[in-house]
Every structure is written in structure tokens, then in C-alpha cells.
Design a protein around this ligand. Sequence first.
Ligand code: NAI
Length: 213
Amino acid sequence: MEEKGISQAVISRLPRYFRYLGELKDEGVERISSQELSEIMKVTASQIRQDFNNFGGFGQQGYGYNVEYLYTEIGKILGLDKKHHLVLIGAGNLGQAIANYMNFERRGFLISGIFDVNAALIGKKVRDIEVRPMEELEDFIREHDIDIGVLTIPKNAAVDVANRLVKCGIKAMWNFAHVDLNVPEDVLVENVHLSDSLMKLSYNINRYETSKE
Ligand code: NAI
């Protein structure tokens, strides 16, 4: 399947398609037209067709798309047909909330290890996963085929920890620390900032209120 040159905007819409298609599949829907999908998802049918055409169109024939096929193919594009093994660094409020959220596992993201510097947390279990000391980080990564590091630590610690992860070959980081990580080009970083999302909401509230005046 040709995926070269696909814009990040298209890629960023794929998880939403995947979620909706998963729900339709669970409801037993077998086929859906772009028009019907458009009504459910509140995006235009032409946007959906354009997005899907980036991946060869997913073989729409006769009446609509085959939901199961579309769900599986989008899942493959997102790499969800493979399992990913994660280490989570920072077992504080956010780290524990992420580790306790079971749904990531359903998507193939398995938290294999949790690490922290705080001696009071070492040996504690978060959903059956023991919190380990940072001294064990490198050996653990090598022994457990880890491909993603999750950073839920303060920003002043994140740069050093990211460098340690790079040195032991980690190729992807899910970064919640409020700092830009300076990692080699072949290391992928996905920054997540809930506050950015809130600020976007704030902007839209302002815009909505101004439009009523
Ligand atoms: P927290 O203080 O509850 O947890 C931080 C944990 O990191 C502590 O257990 C601490 O011992 C550990 N830690 C500190 N330095 C470490 C190091 N060098 N190696 C390993 N572990 C280390 O804080 P919370 O609320 O869980 O937040 C964690 C970080 O995530 C904060 O920096 C916060 O600013 C950020 N954050 C980001 C959000 C986002 O949307 N990106 C949302 C909420 C928090």
C-alpha cells in the first residue's frame, strides 16, 4: 500500500476513523457508505473519500465500505496489528493514571515496566506492575524488547532520562514532560500536552462568545 507523502493532517485523523469503525464493528454493522460515516463523524463525505484515497481508497465497491476490512486496514496503517512494549518513567499521579488505564493494552500497547527515583515507590505495584529503581532501567530495556519510553517525570529530569533511553536503543518516546527533547532524528517523539488542548478550548470559547456579540 502506497503511503509516501501522506500529510500529518491525514494521519492525525486516522485514529478517529479507527475508533468509530471499531464501534460500528462492535454494533454488527457490516457496510457503510462515506455519506453515512460522514453523518456519524460530522466530517464531509468528500473529506473521508479524499483521506481514504491516500491509501488506495480501501476498495469501496457497490454499497459503501466493508467496516471490518476498513477497521483492520486502518489499524495496520497505524501499526496496531503489532504489539508495542513500553516502559513508563515516573510513577507519580500521571504515570499511575496511565498505567491504570487498561484500554491501551487493547490497542496493543503493553506496559512492561515502571521506573521511578523515589525510594518510597520502589516495589509498589501499579496494576500488578512493580515500580523499579532507575538503576535497573538499561538492563530491563535490553532484556524486554522495549520499543517505547513514556516520560511522566518533571521537565528538569526528562532530558537526561531521554538521553539514557536513546543510548539503549529506544526508538520512540511518548513525552508528557513539558520540555522539547533533543533526540537524534531517527528517534520519534510524540509530545502530549493536555494544557495545549485546554488552551485550544479556551480560544474556541472566546471565539464563540465574540460571535454572539
Ligand atoms: P508527580 O510529582 O506526581 O510524579 C512525578 C514522578 O516522577 C515522581 O514519582 C518522581 O519521583 C518521579 N521522578 C522525578 N524525577 C525522576 C527521574 N529522574 N527519574 C525517574 N523518576 C523521576 O507529578 P505528575 O503529576 O505525575 O506529573 C508528572 C510530570 O508530567 C510533571 O512534570 C508534569 O508537569 C507533567 N504533566 C504533563 C501533563 C501533560 O499534559 N503533558 C499533564 C500533567 C502533568
